[in-house]
Design a protein around this ligand. Sequence first.
Ligand code: NAD
Ligand code: UFG
Length: 336
Amino acid sequence: MNILVTGGAGYIGSHTCIALLEAGHSVIIADNLCNSKSETVMKIMDIADKEVTFCEIDVTDAEAVDIIFRNYKVDGVIHFAGLKAVGESVDKPLDYYYNNIVSTLVLAKACQEYGVNRFVFSSSATVYGDDKVPFVETMDLLPTTNPYGETKAMSERILTDITNANPDFSVSLLRYFNPVGAHWSGLIGETPNGIPNNLMPYVTQVAKGKLKSLRVFGNDYLTVDGTGVRDYIHVVDLANGHVAALENLTEGVHIYNLGTGKGTSVLELVKAFEEANDIEVPYEIVDRRPGDIASCYADASKAKRELGWEANLDIISMCRDAWRFEKNYTDFVESK
Ligand code: NAD
Ligand code: UFG
């Protein structure tokens, strides 16, 4: 199939492009590079040893999207393009609602106009709010506490309504848990701007000496050791989940958790990182981070049952691959 991958130069999108190419599909990347670099497209081609088509466009631009659908035969869309920083979304709600919602509307409209019936959407476990773990797809969505989360819940709703009104349309809503790690080549991985918000890139930058020490946000949660528990999933497993979702797509709306089903605490992750890479990660315990929940992990059984997909790579592989990429990566971030 010819797959239009929006946000294909980004972290999860780039790994998914490789998985698609390896599975024999062709890829058209649409990315405005607002949070990525064109070099990543070259690296995708190097790793997969295949060509991809790259269109540097903003997917909120209906005309630019129309040109792609007019000029290329698109069999399906995987829509990654979006702004994703939770804290920033509170400060810039208009940017987040505009970018994340308009892009979904523009792409869905183009699909309808050109008779493209396969659509895979990047959602997030954040739509579950702080309900009981493990999160199951059938749970009601709780109001999220930030505009970013709202854009995911709204996009899910928009795509569901469109599908209900158009029985030929097929949509897969993929709720990711915590993607980490990098491609085994060490060529592509996560490159956050400035000081990372997320745990794994913070840990790798501490290990590299770019940052002094990890701040562990709270050790008084009701968890195995008091620190926050999350379902970390290797980005390569996550990428393969997209291929499975795309290839098994049937009419209607299908929702899948993409996680491992296993919870890992902050301190367990730090220990795994130290063991996997034989390197020390200094840390200090500080106050809880506002908005964090104690535990978040998936019931990942539906994806296994219906898509035949499950995550295979363990926390040690995630830590090893994240570190291999960080060691290779040269951007400099000031130490705080
Ligand atoms: P990323 O920032 O690395 O990738 C997003 C890509 O989209 C970037 O290359 C960016 O340049 C591009 N982009 C953004 N807005 C665009 C626009 N209007 N037009 C064209 N390109 C645009 O992020 P990621 O971690 O790869 O996340 C991909 C998707 O998965 C996002 O929708 C994100 O919300 C979702 N998600 C990510 C996580 C996570 O922890 N990384 C968790 C849950 C869901
Ligand atoms: N943490 C620290 N120190 C840090 C960073 C994080 O202790 O410097 C802790 C957090 O308190 C949390 C855990 O590490 O317990 C994971 O935090 P992340 O920031 O890496 O990830 P979150 O689970 O908070 O959020 C991520 C994405 C969201 C997405 C959500 C879905 O950032 O966009 O996963 O599960 F919605």
